[in-house]
Design a binder for this molecule. Structure first.
Ligand SMILES: NC(=O)c1ccc[n+]([C@@H]2O[C@H](COP(=O)([O-])OP(=O)(O)OC[C@H]3O[C@@H](n4cnc5c(N)ncnc54)[C@H](OP(=O)(O)O)[C@@H]3O)[C@@H](O)[C@H]2O)c1
Length: 229
């Protein structure tokens, strides 16, 4: 049985990853800040109780991440999915540096810390994939609208770390990619977004299952196309 670890599993894209992987027979480690308050997670647990382990983890809490990695020592993790994220988008002249720093902690340090803590679990698995949810808004080449300094900068930076990871971990057979999920109807994406969450996650799962070492370090969309850095 393949195993996936998902951060930000309480709602939105993370909760849908948990639902789809569990329904597909995977063993799922679902990490959420406050799992008791997640109706989505509770619903999936009711249906697939035997396959889901829920862990209360805030991705800014590095000690808790290390403790969970120790607790799961010896457990191979085929796919490590960094989904937790926050969106702060203040216009020029109105930057809120405290909130921006929190975005850096969640969107950038979070995926880095989770990857560093769980790399041995991934290396011990069959599939050996580390996937981080990024955004096309992190594309510098694709930025034609300006604004969103805080969110864009955290996603551009997480793209940079995923590229380095793909190079550093290649010798261990680990594939590392940043994936853009599309503009998705979640709390973050809003009700006017283009893609429903099930379609986005189905697309990303298809991309993930087909990932080859040659694709490691590429910036991909949920439909498998390559995006400009
Ligand atoms: N929706 C889109 O259109 C879109 C587009 C491009 C990229 N993305 C990216 O896709 C990912 C998921 O987005 P979404 O649309 O599902 O967002 P969402 O509906 O706002 O959900 C965000 C998730 O991140 C979790 N989270 C936030 N801070 C956290 C922390 N410190 N520790 C642990 N978990 C934390 C939230 O947990 P709580 O419930 O505890 O708050 C929630 O589970 C994000 O990385 C986002 O940047 C989304």
């Amino acid at each position: 049985m393949s195993t996936v670890l998902v951060t930000g599993a309480s709602r939105g894209i993370g909760a849908e990853f948990v639902r789809q992987y569990a329904a597909d027979g995977w063993r799922v480690h679902a990490l959420a800040r406050d799992p008791r308050n997640s109706e989505r997670l509770a619903e999936t647990q009711r249906t697939h109780r035997d396959r889901i382990s829920v862990h209360a983890i805030d991705v800014t809490d590095h000690a808790a991440i290390d403790a969970l990695a120790s607790e799961l020592a010896g457990t191979p993790i085929d796919v490590l999915l960094n989904v937790a994220g926050v969106l702060v988008a203040n216009p020029f002249g109105q930057s809120d540096y405290d909130r921006w720093m929190n975005s850096i902690r969640v969107n950038l340090f979070g995926p880095m810390k989770v990857a560093e803590a769980f790399v041995e679990h991934v290396a011990a698995s069959d599939q050996r994939k580390i996937v981080t949810l990024t955004s096309v808004l992190g594309s510098i080449g694709g930025n034609a609208a300006g604004g969103m300094y805080d969110y864009r900068s955290t996603k551009a930076a997480v793209n940079a770390i995923m590229k380095s990871m793909s190079l550093d971990l290649a010798r261990r057979g680990i594939i590392a990619v940043p994936i853009h999920p599309g503009w998705v109807r979640t709390d973050m994406g809003g009700s006017r977004a283009e893609v429903d969450v099930a379609t986005s996650v189905t697309g990303m799962r298809a991309v993930i299952v087909g990932l080859t070492p040659a694709q490691s370090g590429r910036f991909l969309s949920y439909q498998g196309s390559e995006l400009p850095w």
